[in-house]
Design a protein around this ligand. Structure first.
Ligand SMILES: NC(=O)c1ccc[n+]([C@@H]2O[C@H](COP(=O)([O-])OP(=O)(O)OC[C@H]3O[C@@H](n4cnc5c(N)ncnc54)[C@H](O)[C@@H]3O)[C@@H](O)[C@H]2O)c1
Length: 251
């Protein structure tokens, strides 16, 4: 009940899916959670489900001005920042191959999935440092390890997050910042995004059969991994990749 007691943690994209489950679990384990999302009703619903020790702030993670505002507000209101979960992301349209993808779609994907994570680290690290140190978790994907013919830009974006996470981890460690940074790599998780890449029941069954453990993951399965990386239990862990995928990456 108190694995992250007293910590202040920002979770982006927490109005749905993995972000919501993570915000709820962190709050259950004693953290004060700042829930952000471009989806205001979703974010407010998450805060309502937590029912205390949480507040919502609207944020587009691809915009630097929004990051400055959110971090300034946290330091002014909560007085510290101990953890940051760069979870916000998009996956569509599905399918989109390297031949069908437009430049506009490609740039939108990278501006949210990669630039959003870059900005989170850029503005999150000084705030966490000034609070005495802490942990950043970046949501990458199983897609960072495999070719993703029907999700071309998405796969590229998650590969970038995987690599960038190690850069931040090593730079912070060598500079003595006491800020750890790790990536989490979900397989197929039943959220609005996960459902979106399986257009019908037949496709869903085909994907299910491809998962060695025999079923899809739930948002909580990812949230437990993030909880560990945000908590001090992982104090010696930085620059690593936590794959939570029912065995898919081991085939
Ligand atoms: N569901 C899966 O199978 C799966 C697999 C691998 C990785 N992931 C990653 O996990 C993370 C969460 O995914 P999910 O499945 O919970 O998706 P989801 O669609 O349920 O939730 C994503 C949330 O991010 C928000 N968001 C989108 N763009 C934003 C922006 N610019 N600024 C702020 N918020 C924004 C959305 O409004 C939404 O609430 C994503 O980074 C995703 O790529 C998911």
């Amino acid at each position: 009940m108190s694995r992250v007691a007293g910590k202040v943690v920002l979770v982006t994209g927490a109005g749905s899916g993995i972000g919501r489950a993570t915000a709820r679990l962190l709050a259950d384990e004693g953290a004060t959670v700042i829930v952000t999302d471009i989806n205001r009703p979703g974010g407010l619903e998450t805060v309502q489900q937590i029912g205390g020790r949480a507040r919502f702030e609207e944020q587009d993670t691809s915009r630097e001005a929004d990051w400055k505002q959110v971090i300034d507000d946290i330091l002014a209101r909560e007085g510290r920042l101990d953890g940051l979960v760069n979870n916000a992301g998009i996956a569509g349209p599905y399918p989109s191959t390297f031949e069908s993808e437009t430049v506009e779609q490609w740039q939108r994907m990278l501006s949210i999935n990669v630039q959003g994570v870059f900005l989170g680290c850029k503005h999150g690290v000084p705030a966490i440092r000034s609070s005495g140190g802490g942990s950043i978790v970046n949501l990458s994907s199983l897609a960072a390890f495999l070719g993703t013919p029907n999700l071309a830009a998405y796969g590229a974006s998650k590969g970038a997050v995987r690599q960038f996470t190690k850069t931040v981890a090593i730079d912070c460690a060598r500079k003595g910042y006491k800020v750890r940074c790790n990536s989490v790599h979900p397989g197929v998780i039943l959220t609005p995004m996960g459902e979106g890449i399986m257009p019908d029941d037949k496709a869903k069954e085909r994907v299910r059969r491809s998962i060695p453990i025999g079923d899809f993951g739930a948002p909580q399965d990812i949230a437990y991994g993030i909880l560990y990386l945000i908590s001090d239990e992982s104090r010696f862990v930085t620059g690593t990749e936590l794959v939570i995928d029912g065995g898919m990456n081991a085939i």
